[in-house]
Design a binder for this molecule. Sequence first.
Ligand code: URA
Length: 189
Amino acid sequence: MNTWEELKAACMDCRKCGLCETRTNLVFGTGNEKAEVLFIGEGPGENEDLQGEPFVGRGGQLLDKFLDAVDLDRKKNIYIANMVKCRPPKNRDPLPEEQDACIGWLREQVRLMHPKIIVCLGRISAQKLIDEDFKVTKQHGEFFEKKGVIMMGTFHPAALLRNPRQKPEAFEDFLKLQEKIKEVCSNTY
Ligand code: URA
């Protein structure tokens, strides 16, 4: 697939795993596919499944606040996707086989976007994309480089809603991200 539209059209018909049976909408992602910064969550929840957009519930509102504080905007200068594109029933963690079935779509998104920075929101994407032993509480806000892409893991917005005491640490991560963007990106700000 050579264009974003071709990739999206193929992905929207995906039946690579059982999650296709229970989805209302596949959530391909949202934002500017020419952005230099890509955020990757876990998988759609109920609201996302109903609306076909990532992070539209309470967690999404919190994410938007953090983004706004560092001049990032999901409609303008970033792209947001998930590890799996269809909602796991009852919001359970996506199974390893579901992640493996889905990751090819994300790899294609990364290939076409070639982002400079990938931010993993939460354990599921950080363990799949940065390090299988990634510990969010210990390693959040650290930058890693993989295949020429700068990667960082931070708290999942839903985890911050459950544990608001971690919000200041998460905010620090966004400030570090802002500095890193200023250092390596030319079209974001
Ligand atoms: N949680 C996620 O990880 N992704 C979403 O899109 C919504 C909630």
